[in-house]
Write a protein that binds this ligand. Structure first.
Ligand SMILES: Cc1cc2nc3c(=O)[nH]c(=O)nc-3n(C[C@H](O)[C@H](O)[C@H](O)COP(=O)(O)O)c2cc1C
Length: 309
């Protein structure tokens, strides 16, 4: 079974991906956070994130978000130009700003729009496409109207995150509804949602033995060794996890420091990782990291937290 790294805006950009693959690995493909076409342009920040020269992971799949073929074409053209041969289409994003524009999970209640978007993929015979989606926006039956369209579209795989867009993350992932989807889906299928431990991966594989893969998001931020642990069939020791986490953190700091100015920008970028990283760390160490207001204090708090893990 493949292990994929999920796209997480603000977290799994090129710096994280490049360093994660070097220090932890165990991931068969990294999926980029979505890029979008808005106000007649693609943001330069998004372009930088997918440019080949900024990416060193072995297998990278860029993700796009669009409601119409018109919005989609410039994105595919950019990626084709960069030499990509595989693209993931986001039909799962639940951010209200995107969903309101019928982007991401906002498109799921509109099968005709999905059909129009997917039929435009025929314009790119040499590109391979996958879809990442939720069960629906407001109703868990929405996928039933979409699956015949998806089944008729040549896709490498579908990644299903079995929640509704409107519930964001409030409800647990619905594994029973995933099973119903799996029974009717004719494409290779990837499970995504709430995978946090090696045991979770093994349980999911046991329940769905024909799965093509599992995609992991927040669980990989929390334990960057998850993919590696699955490949090795055993969890890392606390010491090994700590040493590699320290190496990854320090490499991210080195990569980001020259680009981000001052305490505010650098801390604003690094601190959020600690909302997820090593969830069983003692509270007081995490608190010291989150409260630090200079880079010096932050680095001291991180070193202290890892030394005492
Ligand atoms: C902060 C954040 C940013 C996300 N950005 C994206 C994104 O750009 N594209 C996407 O398809 N999903 C995005 N997601 C959803 C995740 O890829 C994933 O589907 C979701 O977190 C469930 O998987 P997990 O429980 O393994 O994290 C994002 C989720 C979070 C929490």
């Amino acid at each position: 079974m493949k292990i994929y790294s999920a796209p997480l805006q603000g977290f799994t950009e090129a710096v994280w991906r490049n360093i994660h693959s070097r220090i932890f690995g165990g991931i068969d493909a990294y999926f980029t956070p979505f890029i979008r076409y808005e106000h007649n342009e693609i943001r330069s920040k998004d372009i930088r994130d997918v440019e080949r020269k900024n990416n060193t992971v072995q297998y990278l799949v860029p993700q796009i978000i669009a409601a119409t073929p018109q919005e989609m074409h410039p994105l595919i053209a950019l990626l084709e130009n960069e030499g990509y041969t595989e693209i993931d289409i986001n039909m799962g994003c639940s951010f209200p700003l995107q969903a309101r524009k019928k982007h991401g999970a906002g498109i799921l209640p509109h099968p005709a729009m999905v059909a129009e978007l997917l039929s435009a993929l025929n314009d790119y015979p040499s590109m391979r496409f996958s879809v990442k989606m939720r069960l629906g926006w407001a109703d868990k039956a929405e996928w039933r109207a979409l699956l015949p369209i998806l089944n008729d579209t040549p896709l490498t795989h579908i990644t299903m995150h079995p929640r509704l867009g409107c519930e964001q993350y409030r409800q647990p992932a619905d594994v029973e509804e995933f099973a119903a989807f799996a029974a009717e889906c004719r494409h290779p299928l990837v499970y995504n949602g709430d995978i946090l431990t090696l045991h979770d991966i093994e349980q999911c594989e046991a329940r769905f033995p024909t799965l093509h893969g599992i995609m992991i998001g927040r669980g990989l931020l929390a334990n960057p060794a998850l993919g590696l642990e699955y490949k090795q069939g055993k969890a890392l020791s606390a010491k090994e996890l700590c040493d590699r986490t320290q190496a990854m953190h320090d490499a991210m700091y080195q990569a980001m420091a020259p680009r981000l100015q001052g305490n505010t920008q650098l801390l604003g970028k690094l601190k959020p990782y600690w909302e997820y990283l090593l969830p069983d760390m003692e509270k007081r160490y995490r608190k010291a990291i989150v409260k630090s207001n200079t880079v010096e204090k932050y680095m001291q708090a991180v070193n202290n937290a890892l030394a005492n893990y």
